[in-house]
Write a protein that binds this ligand. Structure first.
Ligand code: NAD
Length: 259
């Protein structure tokens, strides 16, 4: 498909947070933005992750490469300072990260500890609010922000457990941020991809069953891939979508409409 993509994001600057490897949804976003002509800033979680992420960032010609663990005080501020110093501006932000302690994720919501719930909420949801706060002043020509959600935000998906309430909070945060940032020309989208075989997904029990059910349920009759998610974000970042904000955009082959 890439041959047919026009450089509709040429000159746009995109920060993509959440690349762990070439299966990551964030990698699909980064690749789609690059194909559409954008410049990239790409982060890795820590030194262990760096050796997997940096070669992918180099392949995509990322202008900015930096560490970001949202639970490390000061690291997010340092990243945005680098972006301000290098680009002076930002147009696109992708938050594609999630975490819950394994013992709090796997035992059902009833058995999720207060600490585990707070940690999952902080890394998977409130970090998006913190990022939006630092990104907004750099979006001097308007901008677009994305956070990755999932169907489990709205309907019970067995084994999704604490991540259901966390993604519900993420989608609600997106709506409030869209309301607060709209006057500055900044649009905010929750993206809800269908299930994808990634490292984060491998922590979910019976994930293979979820994949099989999603493929069967989707009107288009097949699973989505990370480029489907990336191209949707690329489209939403263009002026073609300039009056679209605050909602949850499903990239799931239509599975969410089927009972
Ligand atoms: P992934 O494992 O490739 O990406 C998860 C990312 O979260 C990793 O890059 C990891 O480094 C990052 N992360 C975890 N803790 C962090 C921290 N403290 N600071 C910074 N980064 C941190 O898996 P993925 O499936 O691409 O997940 C990306 C997003 O998509 C998540 O929000 C996930 O919930 C969401 N999502 C995934 C699916 C799916 O089926 N894979 C479906 C819908 C939504």
């Amino acid at each position: 498909m890439s041959e047919t993509i026009r450089p509709v994001l040429a000159g746009r600057r995109a920060l993509v947070v959440g690349v762990a490897n070439d299966s990551s949804i964030a990698y699909g976003c980064a690749k789609a933005f690059r194909t559409a002509g954008a410049d990239l800033a790409i982060t890795w979680l820590n030194e262990k992750a760096r050796r997997f992420v940096e070669p992918l960032a180099d392949d995509l010609g990322a202008a900015i490469k930096a560490p970001l663990d949202v639970s490390v005080p000061g690291e997010m501020e340092a990243l945005f300072e680098t972006i301000r110093g290098t680009w002076g501006r930002l147009d696109i932000l992708v938050h594609s990260i999630a975490f819950a302690p394994k013992e709090d994720l796997t035992g059902g919501l009833l058995n999720c500890s207060a600490e585990g719930f707070a940690k999952a909420m902080d890394i998977s949801c409130h970090s998006f609010v913190r990022m939006a706060k630092l990104a907004a002043p750099l979006m001097t020509e308007g901008g677009t922000m994305f956070a990755m959600s999932y169907y489990g935000a709205n309907r019970v998906v067995p084994n999704y457990n604490v991540m259901g309430p966390v993604k519900a909070a993420l989608e609600a945060s997106g709506r409030y941020l869209a309301h607060e940032l709209g006057p500055q020309g900044i649009r905010v989208h929750a993206i809800s991809p269908g299930p994808l075989k990634t490292r984060a997904a491998s922590g979910l029990k019976d994930f293979e069953t979820l994949l099989a059910e999603a493929a069967e349920k989707a009107p288009v009759g097949e699973l989505v891939d990370i480029m489907d998610v990336g191209y949707t974000c690329a489209y939403l970042a263009t002026p073609f979508a300039r009056r679209v904000t605050g909602g949850t955009v499903y990239v799931d082959g239509g599975a969410n409409i089927v009972a």
